[in-house]
Design a protein around this ligand. Structure first.
Ligand SMILES: Cc1cc2nc3c(=O)[nH]c(=O)nc-3n(C[C@H](O)[C@H](O)[C@H](O)COP(=O)(O)O)c2cc1C
Length: 364
């Protein structure tokens, strides 16, 4: 209430990207509030725990990539009740992204359009930041994913090398890695979703994954592929085939959409990725399709248009083992994750599920 009635109207008066940057700067200075925030926002209940390979998420609600691209405020996210968080997209080269303005709010549609274009400090600087946090024991509260993208100036033929650089630099700090081949805002990036190119990329990354794990006598880290919602299911099936053959840990479905503009009621229609409410059903249909095709063998992290517990429940029932939110966090505010987790428990009790893993795929 406080957020929606007072804070949000004030925040929404200003430029979206500027507001976002100011909030991140503020949160980065408030890391000492993490523990009191935990008391306010963490829903601590074993029934919400989920596993992804070797990782345990205390609850299935994660912070989606793109909210904290540089890992500026990583210490504070556990305090808002997230079960895991994803930093990035990180690219090998530091880059400014597209010209501003490049982020738009669509309040009537409960949506955002962004064409940021992977603005980030680059792999070296972000590795240094994560190293410092790690040395101070500040990265251990919840699993950390690292979202890896392609540098803008790199051509498709050199993309695997570019991804590899970032993967290797950040390897010690990530609990899992997401290969982002689906942002609509980096020219030709989505070409990497094509069978042969994706296979080549995954071979390179998984070979390095095994090598690095071997060096430290530990297990390989989970690598996931994040896909776009803008393709036919026949192409999704090709991706599934490659992903399974390369022993990828899972799929994140989905990124923002370059289409679906017919769903908008407001006047803003800018090029870029549309996220939030208008994406919800489309993203869920991708999750359901992947779950059905793989008969639940392949872990899916569901993302796109989650605002409420019902939205998250819908995606888990369609086959997601966990979910992520971004636009919903912007619109619903700091209490969003707590409300979703509490609501999930309520829905599970209503439907007679003993834990959240039982819900997974139950609606398919
Ligand atoms: C401002 C903004 C920046 C984003 N940046 C990234 C990114 O760097 N990497 C990525 O994989 N997804 C990125 N995304 C996509 C989100 O992670 C998510 O997949 C998408 O927004 C759908 O979820 P939502 O409806 O909860 O926002 C971004 C989305 C927004 C709105």
């Amino acid at each position: 209430m406080l957020y929606k009635c007072i804070l949000r109207p004030i925040l929404f008066l200003k430029d979206p990207e500027e507001t976002h940057e100011q909030i991140l700067t503020l949160l980065s200075k408030l890391s000492f509030l993490e523990v009191p925030l935990e008391r306010l926002f963490v829903v601590d209940d074993k029934r919400l725990q989920v596993r992804l390979g070797p990782l345990t998420f205390p609850n299935p609600v994660g912070l989606a990539a793109g909210f904290d691209k540089n890992g500026a405020a990583l210490e504070i996210w556990p305090g808002f009740g997230f079960g895991f968080m994803e930093v990035g997209a990180v690219t090998a080269l530091r880059q400014p992204g597209n010209p501003k303005p490049r982020l738009y709010r669509l309040p009537k549609d409960q949506a955002l359009i962004n064409r940021l274009g992977f603005n980030n400090d680059g792999a070296e600087a972000i590795a240094a930041r994560l190293d410092e946090l790690n040395q101070n024991g500040k990265l251990q509260k919840i699993p950390l994913g690292i979202n890896v993208g392609r540098s803008k100036i790199v051509e498709t033929k050199d993309a695997a090398k570019d991804f590899l650089f970032t993967f290797e630099k950040l390897y010690p700090y990530g609990d899992y890695f997401t290969l982002n081949v689906s942002s609509p805002n980096t020219p030709n990036l989505r070409d990497l979703q094509a069978k042969n190119l994706l296979k080549e990329l995954l071979e390179v990354i998984q070979t390095k994954n095994r090598e690095l794990a071997g060096r430290s006598s530990s297990k390989e880290k989970p690598v996931l592929v994040k896909i776009a919602p803008d393709m036919e299911f026949s192409q999704v099936d090709e991706i599934i085939e490659v992903v399974e053959s390369q022993k990828v840990a899972g799929i994140i479905a989905t990124n923002a959409t370059a289409f679906l503009r017919e769903k908008l009621t407001g006047r803003v229609d800018e090029p870029g990725g549309l996220s939030g409410k208008p994406l919800r059903e489309r993203a869920t249909s991708f999750i359901r399709h992947i779950y059905q095709t793989t008969r639940g063998r392949l872990p899916i992290i569901g993302v796109g248009g989650i605002f409420t517990a019902e939205d998250a429940y819908e995606k888990i029932k369609a086959g997601a083992m966990a979910v992520q939110i971004l636009t919903g966090f912007v619109y619903e505010g700091p209490g969003a994750v707590k409300r979703i987790n509490r609501g999930l428990l309520r829905l599970m009790e209503r439907d007679g599920f003993k834990n959240i893993s039982e819900v997974m795929g139950s609606g398919v």
